[in-house]
Ligand binder design. Structure first.
Ligand SMILES: [Mg+2]
Length: 222
């Protein structure tokens, strides 16, 4: 058990691997390319990329400015972006699978990547076989984000047959934790530079980096 709960649900992107500045820049570039080439947004590459970065900074979503100002449909960007998401550039943690296998709880993943990209990411991280039947994408629930309502967390739990009150939800993005908490879960935030969400009452625990959290929950179990 972890914090008295039997189930742990992991976010994938930037939680089970660390998004470096360099990788974040590649993601912004990939989104700009999808917007221009697939969705025909009439901007040059540098302008589009700068707007993606700005949109992420303001809305925590690189596409939001384009949904508001350029009539881009979230679903179209979701698909075009994930097709070219440069997952091969992710640097996996050493021995991630071994570390996860020591976690004293039933484990699942809930990702805002689509099925196509999340399968590639799990394979790249060396944990695909382990999570093969235990990962779900927002698209499995007909949505493209997991920071809009508690509803998707409740649906997730009913899909895997557990009570939200018996789940720990782990995410780097605190806007997701608000709704996981509302659904009844215990929440853990993984942060990198500093704990910028200290004031958020819906965050139960915060750890600097995935490995410090894994060390603590596996040490307690040992
Ligand atoms: Mg994340």
């Amino acid at each position: 058990m972890i914090f008295g709960k039997n189930v742990i649900i992991w976010d994938l992107d930037d939680t089970l691997y660390n998004k470096t500045e360099e990788f974040a820049d590649l993601l912004d570039a990939a989104m700009a390319k999808a917007l221009i080439e697939d969705l025909k947004v009439p901007l040059d590459f540098e302008t589009a990329k700068a707007k993606v970065t700005e949109s992420f900074r303001i809305y925590r979503d690189g596409g939001e400015i384009f949904f508001r100002e350029y009539g881009v449909k979230p679903r179209d960007l979701f698909i075009a972006y994930h097709k070219i998401k440069p997952v091969e550039k992710i640097v996996p943690y050493d021995n991630l699978l071994d570390k996860l296998m020591k976690v004293p709880a039933e484990q699942y993943i809930f990702t805002a990547s689509d099925r196509y990209a999340s399968e590639k990411i799990l394979k790249h991280l060396g944990i695909y076989e382990y999570f093969k039947d235990r990962y779900y994408s927002v698209e499995d629930f007909g949505v493209y984000k997991k920071n809009e309502s508690a509803d998707v967390y409740i649906k997730y739990c009913s899909k895997i047959g557990v009570d939200p009150h018996d789940c720990v939800f782990v995410d780097d993005s605190y806007s997701n934790l608000e709704y996981a908490k509302e659904a009844g879960m215990t929440t853990v935030r993984i942060y990198y530079r500093n704990n910028s969400a200290k004031d958020k009452t819906y965050i139960d625990y915060a750890y600097k980096g995935l490995l410090s959290f894994l060390d603590e929950i596996t040490a307690k179990a040992a």
